[in-house]
Design a binder for this molecule. Structure first.
Ligand code: HEC
Ligand code: HEC
Length: 328
């Protein structure tokens, strides 16, 4: 079988495992090794010498994340409608339909989370505060309980990537204003096109620190794509929920371990200071080495360009973006 097929199957197995055992419990222990097994051809990159920035960068997308954009582009709407039978006992979907045990889902794709004024949502869903983008829906429908622990949707989830993508593509048609399907090419995580990673005009000005130079030269937009790897555990929107990890809106230059309502490890709690770009740089390279005893079950971003891009992007996630984020 080819590598892609192997990956799909391995990802499916992993999602199954996660559903069976609960994301929270599993990620800390199995996350690293599981990803290594699921994506053997990435393993080298993940361990790659951080110096090796010349290599074609590989984005490390955890196997729990589904390339929803790719699947949506070739979605089978008839199968999507069929998949909706799994939801029908609780949800109507026609325009003006009544709320049942769950809210009516007409127009839910692209709508605010908790989109029906008429429905009495749990505090968990009401408090999410984000948008049902294709990706958020995919994460929720993969594992409703893991996505929003304590929410009222008693449904085990749809672990088959294609079935889920088909369903979401069909749901998108049940709307006054269906969203454009994501541009497959723009979401291509293999990053064959390295042009985005070429240093920008930041090279023209003298910046002493090579790390800062990398960050200011990075594309924030590219960083947003690399950060797909973080979304299994973090939200990035204002007021977004704490998941496995804390909400990361406005994280740059914020006090370490200061997000309200999130229970940090003692190790991270004990760190003092703020998340300057320099501290993010070392933490994101290898969280477990940087903060021994910390509980971020993520191996880090070995590739320097990718890491710089994520930090550049995180700098933009604020009402008052960081100075380095303003450097074009
Ligand atoms: C057993 C009943 C049940 C089934 C089956 C079910 N849901 Fe739900 N769903 C709910 C409930 C209840 C909520 C509200 C959750 C809350 O407020 O915590 C909900 C909420 C949602 C939401 C959030 C809506 C919003 O306005 O924010 C979406 C999206 C959703 N369900 C999609 C689906 C899809 C797609 C399926 C089928 C694959 C499905 N559900 C199957 C009961 C169900
Ligand atoms: C497998 C889940 C997981 C993934 C994937 C993950 N994180 Fe985390 N992250 C956590 C957990 C859990 C914590 C809390 C750590 C602690 O308390 O020790 C955390 C903490 C953090 C913090 C510190 C927040 C604070 O309030 O001090 C930052 C910054 C961060 N993560 C960034 C990222 C970025 C950027 C990515 C993607 C490149 C990422 N994380 C991927 C689980 C994850």
């Amino acid at each position: 079988m080819d590598a892609l097929e192997f990956n799909k199957i391995a990802a499916g197995l992993l999602v199954g495992l996660l559903l069976a055992f609960g994301i929270g419990k599993l990620v800390n222990t199995l996350y690293g090794p599981a990803v290594e097994h699921a994506a053997p051809e990435h393993a080298e990159d993940m361990m790659a010498d951080a110096e090796a920035v010349d290599e074609t960068p590989t984005v490390e997308v955890p196997a729990v994340l589904v390339p929803i954009a790719t699947l949506l582009a070739s979605a089978d709407l008839a199968n999507g409608e069929k998949q909706f039978r799994k939801c029908k006992s609780c949800h109507s979907v026609e325009a003006g339909g009544r709320d049942g045990q769950g809210p009516n889902l007409y127009g839910v794709v692209g709508a605010p989370q908790g989109h029906r004024d008429t429905f009495n949502y749990s505090d968990v869903i009401a408090g999410l505060g984000g948008t049902w983008t294709f990706e958020e829906l995919s994460l929720y429908i993969t594992d409703p309980k893991g996505y929003a622990p304590g929410n009222k949707m008693v449904f085990k989830g749809i672990s088959d990537d294609e079935d889920r993508a088909d369903l979401i593509a069909w749901l998108n048609t049940q709307s006054d204003a269906p969203l454009a399907l994501p541009d497959d090419a723009a979401d291509d995580t293999s990053l064959d096109d390295t042009s985005m990673l070429e240093p920008s005009d930041a090279e023209d000005r003298p910046i002493e620190d090579p790390v800062l130079a990398l960050i200011t030269g990075a594309s924030a937009e590219e960083g947003g794509r690399v950060a797909r790897a973080c979304r299994a555990c973090h939200t990035f929107t204002p007021g977004g929920a704490n998941r496995v990890g804390p909400n990361l809106w406005n994280m740059v230059d914020r006090n370490i371990a200061s997000v309200k309502g999130y229970t940090y490890s003692d190790a991270l709690d004990a760190e003092s200071g703020t998340w300057t770009w320099r501290r993010l740089w070392t933490y994101l390279e290898n969280p477990r080495m940087d903060v021994p005893g910390g509980k971020m079950g993520f191996r880090g971003i070995a590739d320097e360009e990718d890491r710089a891009a994520v930090i550049a992007w995180m700098g933009t996630l604020s009402n008052d973006p960081s100075p380095f984020a303003r450097i074009e």
